[in-house]
Unconditional design. Sequence first.
Length: 387
Amino acid sequence: MVVKPKVREFICTTAHPVGCKMNVKNQIDQIRQEEKIVNGPKNVLVIGSSTGYGLATRIVTAFGAGANTLGIMFERPAQGKRTATPGWYNTKTFEEEAAKEGLYAKTINGDAFSKEVKEEAIEMIRKEMGQIDLIVYSLAAPRRTVEDGTVYTSVLKTTGEPFTNKSLNLKDNTVSEKTVDCANEEEILHTVKVMGGEDWMDWMEALSQNGLLAKGALTVAYSYIGPELTYPIYNHGTIGQAKKHLAKTAIEITERFRDQDVKGYISVNKALVTQASAAIPIVPLYIAIMYDVMKKKDLHEGCLEQMDRLFREKQFTTDPILDENGMIRLDDWELKQEVQDEIMRRYEIVDSENVTELADIEGYWDDFYHMFGFRIDGVDYEADVEL
């Protein structure tokens, strides 16, 4: 059948099989052309491996460092005329390309929060991989069910008081004011339960208890801080509270597994168009303006370039370059003073009339559609495809 994008606000409900495949192959080919990463990881577990930063990490470690990788994802295969989710197509292509190079690449499709998925992963690692020397926690989920059946649901809200600012209306690319409501204590708790570090620690405990943590293993979780402009909705909001818990967990991991010389880190990454960021009010407008500024200054990076720089230039696998809080900063180019000054200058004056001049609206939507396999060069979108 012919697959077209069906967009509802910040989500696309279809994915193009050939487009997703081409998008992943293009990324893999880009890393293949780079020099091999020296002293890279050998056995990698990526929790949240099918899209965005998680997928980019898997591509860089496998095709850049020759690592064996086990991915954990929660994706839906095609059903009838309903396409699979993009992560399902992405992972299928990744595994096919890895097999061509003789790389171990398997994926567990299930709820990463669950005991069952952890047990399946432990058994697979024990039988087929051996000890893990890099654990990447890149999970983005709206809810979490714990062992006693309690369901926690995350929210995108402020803490303290509501926040109103300019926002990009994704329906028609106009600029209007958007107010983000304030969360109550229960909503904050739920968001921390879903997006904080509790499950990350559970994974580390499971690996350690089964003797599958290599001595000197490293683990990293991905986070975002952003500029002061987005602090009320992000850094000081419910997401920010969860990310602070994540940062605290990194320190706790290093302490708890000190006898195994295991170290936990947070990598603070750049703002990019992802399925998660597209859902956060006010952030899409900031990203669109930032894209234009950083591209004109030749500083723009996508997920793949960010992860490649993490392993090559930040020396994550040997001697990480850290800030004063012990974090790896891949948002360093985004937060350059010259970049932020220009973003803020534009943000003050942007409106519906000049938004296409001050912001990279086309680049924003290109990245959005690329996530679902659309707008990829070389793909015939009028052709029938197998789902």
